[in-house]
Design a protein around this ligand. Structure first.
Ligand code: SF4
Length: 355
């Protein structure tokens, strides 16, 4: 048995593989070997289930004081196309879908220097007033750090106050790639990877679960990717607060980074190694908005178990060239999952299955 086969057997037995072993796998194992192993792991956990959530996205502002090189979404104040939704506009957006059984509202936006702290609290409270049963997954660690800095509060206090106003979970955005040198090239003004991890740790300690992500397929190497995954795995060992990992394929359009984005095989390898390596993070998401529906369907055979949701009105990936629909109906979402050979199962933000 060669080294690669030995690592495959080890992972098959449910034993944790090291970063070095994961590197050997992605470099030496065929896509079929990786896929088969990841599929076995996801099937042992979830059989033929593929999860989805009935959700609504709200991108409340695209005005941002940062200028990440890969970002096609952000605008400077006053720039053409810059927008900020008022609380009333957000209430209208929530009311406009009040007859749909939406389970989750997902909210992220830019770092808008003109919004008062009260806006964030009011936003959460207003949504909960209109839809008391909905779960709100809102504000990346980058937005939390921005509020803490701007209003001279600790990140823990910001998290606690937002939690009291209605925040149920944090999305995983803003992680990009943790390596400091890469971060300098990609997003020099953004909080460090360590700060991103610290904010998630604080959220977990306050009983706020979170998702985690990695933006891949630009200028990073496999070593960078696996170091990133190892940092997530280490934090999860400590807190157990991550619900789901979402590998986000880089979208190449309308930004200042000269990179192509991952091809289909790279995407599937990334999904597979995520399932194999992150043995303590329950769910791996094939985010159809960034991956494309066809690749997301395939990803269910390569270790992913979650398809995200209905979304409607996604702006961030589409600004960067994602050519997927802006939203899917439940009927279509389920049809895509079934056609891929899996059983669609509706879940909530915490991955609790809906009866
Ligand atoms: S990625 Fe986020 S923080 Fe960076 S420029 Fe875009 S909106 Fe701003």
């Amino acid at each position: 048995m060669n080294d690669t086969q030995r690592i495959i057997e080890k992972a098959k037995q449910g034993l944790r593989i090291s970063l070095k072993e994961a590197l050997q796998l992605v470099k030496a194992a065929s896509i079929h070997e990786l896929g088969r192993l990841a599929y076995q792991i996801r099937t042992k956990l979830y059989a033929d289930q593929a999860f989805y959530v009935y959700n609504q996205h709200i991108n409340y502002t695209n005005i941002c004081q940062n200028a990440c090189r890969f970002c096609a979404y952000s605008k400077r104040p006053g720039q053409d196309g810059a927008y900020t939704y008022s609380i009333d506009q957000i209430k209208e957006a929530i009311k406009s879908r009040i007859n749909e059984p939406i389970q989750e509202v997902h909210i992220v936006g830019g770092l808008n220097p003109d919004l008062p702290y009260s806006y964030y609290l009011e936003l959460l409270k207003s949504i909960k007033e209109i839809r008391p049963g909905v779960k709100i997954k809102a504000f990346t660690a980058v937005e939390i750090a921005f509020l803490a800095d701007k209003y001279d509060l600790s990140p823990a206090r910001v998290l606690q106050e937002l939690h009291e106003a209605g925040l149920d979970a944090l999305p995983g955005g803003g992680a990009e790639v943790f390596d400091p040198l890469l971060r300098q090239k990609l997003c020099p003004e953004k909080i460090s990877g360590q700060k991103w991890l610290n904010i998630h740790k604080k959220a977990h300690n306050l009983g706020i679960p979170t998702n985690c992500t990695m933006l891949f397929g630009h200028i990073e190497t496999w070593e960078d990717r696996l170091h990133h995954l190892e940092s997530l795995r280490n934090l999860q060992d400590e807190t157990g607060g991550f619900l789901c990992f979402i590998p986000l394929p880089y979208q190449p359009a309308n930004n200042n980074l000269k990179a192509e984005g991952p091809d289909g095989l790279d995407f599937l390898r990334m999904i597979a190694i995520s399932r194999i390596f992150l043995d303590n993070i329950p769910h791996i998401k094939a985010y159809w908005v960034f991956a494309g529906i066809k690749a997301a369907q395939l990803a269910l055979w390569y270790g992913a178990d979650d398809f995200d949701g209905t979304i409607v009105e996604e702006k961030i990936g589409h600004a960067a060239g994602a050519d997927t629909p802006r939203g899917l109906t439940i009927k279509n979402l389920c049809k895509f999952i079934e056609k891929a050979g899996f059983r669609p199962v509706q879940r909530d933000t915490f991955f609790k299955v809906r009866a």
